[in-house]
Design a protein around this ligand. Structure first.
Ligand code: GLU
Length: 486
């Protein structure tokens, strides 16, 4: 690859499940490199394993990538459609004498394996028949597989993550490239497709390192130019074990349901195996593209910490442009049954105020929708702890809330300034601090001890609702003291 040829990269998932966070991370790093360099990012669905591949998982991969905003260039390639070319490539290797026919039947192979135990290796001297015999048996219609004849020597490559990796070829068994039923094995299909797609850079999980020498041998056998390779680390849970269902949600799609923003997910995933080189953590997609470099790829296992993801999400929720996060929050609010998208649109200005107040206080859009509930529903439920903390003394609280109500009711204008003046004057006349008024008032308005600033809450609720909530609180306290007396 030279500087004037931007790289062609690909993401090549097998559609046998949902888009896993590990796959999404690999896709993202490929995408970032392609977008940083002005290269090309291709998508290939590796659906050769017909029994395990499903259309549903293919759709989940598309949906997951789209949700993350990882668009691909050119048409999606379906590996399963390329069987004929895979076969032709296997036969080309056979014709060039770089591979040979293997007539061993499945039963015979199983018998040999069993007899040899763990140390079983293909005995080339036995399988690789003299050309004449091989041709004769093939002509007679005997089924055969095609095996690659691994040459002597070493296979090495310069990996963009691991530097030089070298495998002695004697450790690589002559491997099947085409099964006797005419289907290609994985390594052949990948190489054949990567050549056809003119992929110049292969970036994938380091669980594929042991496939790479075989693939390099196939490139050489097919006379194709080698791509560059980068093997990025596996993702582990915080217990150091390979990420699995035990660690919680592992499908990217699940995170949308959990109230995570795609921008936060992308940012979080980018740091699993890559670092910008300083301690910057919160980055927009644009910044990630700008800062991405191969030098920042890490060798050590990446740790998936769900707490950090939530933190990251909170950062994006509060710092990203409002119009980026708004659709995601709106979905959570609509899904929670609080409002319809149309009704929010109709109260645009009010809704933006609400989001501005709430987005700095939530870590997920679900949490935000939960906090927003009180601004949509007609009544408030008072939290036990809030009552115990700020409404302990019922008669005093009652008269305080009544006085607060009366004072607010007399305000000429419903503005933060007017509220502040009115309530400060009230506190002074009662000889108490502002907090003694604001805290019970907050419980009356929103039912809990945490909320945006009290004047912001009053503004968001509006005059009528605020006064109605104070009336309801006074009634509730009356009932509470009645119950205590009887
Ligand atoms: N289909 C392979 C996988 O899902 C990836 C192949 C590759 O990237 O070379 O692990």
């Amino acid at each position: 690859m030279s500087a004037d040829h931007p790289p062609r990269l690909r993401f090549a998932p097998s559609p046998t499940g949902f888009l896993h966070v590990g796959g999404a991370r690999t896709a993202l790093l490929n995408w970032l490199y392609a977008r940083h360099t002005g290269g090309t990012f291709l998508l290939r669905i590796e659906d050769t394993d017909r029994a395990r591949s499903t259309e549903e998982s293919t759709r989940a991969i598309f949906d997951g990538l789209r949700w993350l905003g990882l668009d691909w260039d050119e048409q999606v390639v379906f590996q399963g459609a390329n069987g004929e070319r895979h076969k032709r490539d296997a036969f080309r290797l056979l014709e060039r004498g770089l591979a040979y026919r293997d007539f061993t039947t499945a039963e015979e192979l199983a018998r040999q394996r069993e007899a040899a135990g763990d140390g079983f290796r293909i005995d080339r001297a036995r399988v690789d028949l003299p050309q004449e015999e091989s041709d004769r048996r093939a002509a007679a219609g005997e089924p055969f597989a095609i095996r690659f004849r691994v040459p002597d020597g070493d296979t090495a490559w310069h990996d963009a993550v691991h530097d030089w990796i070298r495998f002695p070829n004697k450790d690589i068994e002559d491997f099947i490239i085409l099964r006797s039923d005419g289907t290609p094995v994985y390594n052949l299909a990948v190489v054949s497709d990567d050549i056809e797609m003119r992929v110049t850079f292969v970036m994938r999980g380091d669980d594929h390192i042991s496939n790479t020498p075989k693939q390099i041998l196939l490139y050489q056998g097919l006379g194709a130019q080698l791509p560059r390779f980068a093997h990025v680390p596996m993702i582990h849970g915080i217990d150091g074990k390979k990420l699995s269902k035990r660690h919680g949600a592992t499908a990217v799609g699940d995170y949308a349901q959990l109230g995570i923003l795609p921008a936060a997910m992308v940012n979080f995933l980018s740091l699993l195996g890559w670092s910008p080189g300083d301690d910057t953590e919160v980055m927009s997609l644009y910044e990630l593209i700008r800062r991405f470099s191969l030098d920042g790829l890490q060798r050590k296992a990446a740790i998936f910490d769900p707490k950090k993801l939530e933190w990251m999400n909170g950062q994006h929720l509060s710092l990203d442009p409002l119009d980026h996060v708004e659709p995601h929050i709106t979905r959570a609010i609509v899904d929670a049954g609080l409002a319809t998208a149309e009704s929010l649109h109709a109260r645009r200005e009010w809704y933006e105020q609400l989001l501005t107040q709430l987005r700095v206080r939530a870590r997920t859009t679900l949490e935000l929708a939960q906090q927003a509930r009180v601004y949509f529903e007609p009544t408030v439920t008072y939290d036990e702890e809030a009552i115990a903390k700020f409404w302990k003394d019922v008669p005093t609280t009652r008269s305080m809330l009544q006085a607060t109500r009366d004072r607010l009711a007399t305000l000429d204008t419903w503005t933060a300034d007017a509220m502040e003046q009115g309530l400060r004057a009230l506190a002074e006349s009662l000889g108490v601090s502002g907090g003694k008024i604001f805290q019970p008032l907050r419980v009356a308005l929103v039912g809990v001890t945490a909320s945006p600033g009290i004047f912001d809450v009053l503004l968001l609720l509006g005059r009528d609702t605020s006064l109605a909530r104070l009336d309801a609180a006074v009634r509730w306290l009356d009932d509470a003291s009645g119950a205590a007396a009887s």
